[in-house]
Design a protein around this ligand. Sequence first.
Ligand SMILES: Nc1ncnc2c1ncn2[C@@H]1O[C@H](COP(=O)(O)OP(=O)(O)OP(=O)(O)O)[C@@H](O)[C@H]1O
Length: 218
Amino acid sequence: MYGAITAVKDLALTVRQGEFLTILGPSGSGKSTALILLARFISRSEGDILIGGRSVAAVPSARPRHRVPKLRAIPAPNSPPQFGISPRGVKASERANCVDRILKRVHLKDFGGRMPSQLSGDQQQRVALALALIADPPVLLLDEPLGALDRNLREQMQGEIKSLHKEFGITTVCVTHDQEEALTLSDRVVVMRGGVIEQVDTPEALYDRRRHCSWQTF
Ligand SMILES: Nc1ncnc2c1ncn2[C@@H]1O[C@H](COP(=O)(O)OP(=O)(O)OP(=O)(O)O)[C@@H](O)[C@H]1O
C-alpha cells in the first residue's frame, strides 16, 4: 500500500526454479510493486514471500540478499563497471578472473576501466546485467530492462538476455509493458491489471487465447 493506494491487491504467484517469468501489464497495474514485494523493498500489508522455500521475512533487512540492481540504472554510477560488487562464493584470488570472464561474456571485455558516462545505453544495460550475474542472486529481478533502448538494440538485447538466461539458469522475474518482449523472453507470462493477476500462461497459450478475444495492447 502507498498511503490510500493499494497497488497490489492479491498476489499469489509461484516462481519456478530456473524459469524466466514476466509480469506484463499496462502502466499502473502494479507490476513494479509486485517486483518490489518480491525483493521485500517495502513492507507488506499481509502475506508471505518465499524464495527457495524460505520466507524472505526471515532474511535480515539491512542487506537484502535478493536485491538485484534494476537494469535501467547502473548501481554504482561513479565507479568503473568492474568495481562495486563481488562474486558470491568465489575465492578472493579468483574474483578478478570471474569478473573478467563475465565482462567478456556480455561483450564488454575492453570496457572494464570506463566510467558509466562513457558507455552507450546498451553497454550500460550490459554492465548492469554483468553486475547481476556476478552477484549470482537466487532470483534475478528485472524492471523494464530494455525500456530505454531503441527497437534494434532492444531486439538484440532480448536475444542476449535469453541466451544468458539459458546459459546461467538464474531464476528470473522480469517486469514489462511490452507484449512482444514478454512473449519472446518468457517461459511463463503473468498478466496484471488493476493490481490483480488476470492470467498466468505460457507465451504460446497467451498469444493463442488473446488472439481469439482481441489482443489488448498495454
Ligand atoms: N511510491 C509510490 N507512492 C505512491 N503511489 C505509488 C508509488 N509507486 C507506485 N504507486 C502507485 O501504485 C500503483 C501501481 O504502480 P506500479 O509502479 O506498481 O505499476 P506498474 O504497473 O509498474 O506501472 P509502470 O509501468 O508505469 O511503472 C499506481 O497507481 C501508482 O501510481
